[in-house]
Ligand binder design. Structure first.
Ligand SMILES: [Zn+2]
Length: 478
């Protein structure tokens, strides 16, 4: 399989590690609010990628960090008059619930930053010892980007350009270079605490830990490298995240890890997912176009969101609209209906002979499907191959043998399942509905159209629909 490596700017072969799983780290959420459908896009993509690799027999160790200490968490907790860790814990749980609702179960380990304070402290100390970090009294410990000439290589910026974007925790007038970023933040005012206290929330609402670096809390970038080094060592295979994390976040990760451990490259392949805008605008609460995953799922299915994420290539932007959700729902609904009809054929007609033509179509589809995914995980083309198969079969649907219908249903189900879609098992029609349908069929055949119509309405009122096919009435749940 080839994937586009942001670092080299080229598609590169993803090497299968010998004797160990592939090591994948993806930036998780900062848990100060509910996750939105833009986040979902990234996590659905990595979920599908990992499912595909695992189905091909690869082992994948997939870690996601959870940023549960951050300026935004502190600010939100103050607004809410809630403890910062309690707020983070609440939204971390909401995130896990959302992932579950989206059918994302591929992550091997979720790693909340606050559980890795000793590892973070050790890494900061190492950077200090090697001369890459310096302390500003009463402020924090910073990484000196001038000491790391490769800074900017991932985002293809020079260090000077690199100075134009820093997050709030990194702002300080006393920094050596404007782009220097914070590794460890000291509390705003000195902490006085009994000797046995190791953690507290200051009067300013900051969660701080007592460590060898003094009281304080970690910067954002250092949590990822402390966590990944702990589980993966100083070098690993794949790092992913949304496009906007490329700089400065991932750039800073490379600087920290390579400066601390002298191993290049820190990560072999960097994958970045494109943006998701809503009606052409970046999602924001003030614009009123902020769509959380849970809001989306109140109106639409998880498969529809998965379809939205995967029917665009992962690196291209998605401009979301309500119509897009409708289209996605229609697409997955159509595929479900098609599979239900295949199940109906399978049940209604004899198994018969397997036709060479259907076998050939299935094999060609499977090949197009994997060729697309092996080429930079081109999910639109992979989905396209499946929809092309249904279009090809549609005119022959009612003349398929039972055996062919079954082969098609299983092949389509397998490929959709591989990308994480939940095509439900063939519906069981309750005996009461089946009896009504049979009664209607009898009245239809004896041309008692009025009675037949009344029965159809009765069936409809119970939540089922009837379609008359050459094989008899096809009943399905609406
Ligand atoms: Zn990260």
């Amino acid at each position: 399989m080839e994937l586009y490596n942001t670092l080299s700017g080229k598609k590169e072969k993803l090497e299968r590690p010998a004797g160990r799983p592939l090591k994948l780290f993806v930036c998780g959420p900062t848990v100060y609010d509910y996750s939105h459908i833009g986040h979902a896009r990234t996590y659905v993509f990595f979920d599908a990628l990992v499912r595909y690799l695992r189905a091909a027999g690869w082992g994948v160790a997939y870690i996601q960090n959870i940023t549960d200490v951050d300026d935004r968490i502190i600010a939100r907790a103050k607004e809410n008059q809630e403890g910062p860790l309690a707020l983070a814990k609440r939204f971390a749980q909401a995130y896990f619930d959302d992932m579950k609702a989206l059918g994302i179960a591929s992550v091997t380990k979720y790693a909340p930053a606050t559980r890795f304070i000793p590892e973070i402290v050790k890494q900061v100390q190492l950077l200090q010892k090697k001369g890459f970090a310096y302390e500003i009294a009463g402020d924090g410990i910073y990484f000196d980007i001038a000491k790391f000439p490769a800074y900017g290589a991932l985002s293809h910026r020079t260090a000077l350009q690199a100075e134009d974007s820093v997050s709030r925790i990194d702002e300080s007038v006393a920094k050596r270079n404007k782009g220097d970023f914070c590794l460890w933040k000291f509390p705003k005012s000195p902490v006085t605490a009994p000797f046995y206290k190791r953690f507290l929330v200051t009067a300013d609402g900051e969660p701080v830990w007592r460590t060898a670096l003094g009281w304080g809390r970690p910067g954002w970038h250092i949590e990822d490298t402390a966590i990944s080094v702990k589980y993966f060592g100083p070098q690993y295979d794949l790092h992913g995240g949304a496009m906007d994390l490329k700089f400065p976040h991932h750039e800073a990760e490379i600087a920290q890890a390579e400066a601390a451990y002298d191993r290049t490259p820190f990560v072999k392949l960097w994958l970045h997912t494109g943006f998701l805008t809503v009606q052409g605008e970046k999602m924001s609460k003030s614009l009123g176009n902020f769509i959380t995953i849970r809001d989306f799922l109140k109106k639409h299915s998880a498969d529809a969101l998965r379809y939205i994420a995967l029917s665009a290539h992962y690196r291209t932007p998605i401009n979301y609209s309500e119509e897009m959700a409708q289209t996605a729902e229609a697409a997955v609904g159509g595929m479900r209906a098609f599979c239900a009809k295949l199940a109906f054929v399978e049940k209604t007609v004899p198994a018969g002979q397997a036709s060479g033509e259907v076998a050939r179509l299935i094999a060609a589809t499977a090949q197009n499907f994997s060729e697309a995914l092996d080429d930079d995980f081109a999910t639109p083309a992979a989905l396209g191959a499946l929809f092309a198969l249904t279009r090809e079969i549609q005119p022959k649907l009612w003349v398929l043998s039972g055996q062919d219908a079954r082969a098609l249903r299983l092949a389509i189900g397998e490929k959709f399942g591989l990308l994480g879609f939940v095509l439900p098992a063939p519906q069981q029609i309750p005996p009461k509905i089946a009896a009504l349908a049979q009664k209607r069929e009898l009245s239809r055949r004896s041309k008692q159209f009025e009675q037949s119509d009344t029965l159809r309405k009765e069936i409809g009122a119970l939540g089922y629909s009837i379609e008359d096919t050459p094989l008899g009435p096809f009943v399905s749940k609406e």
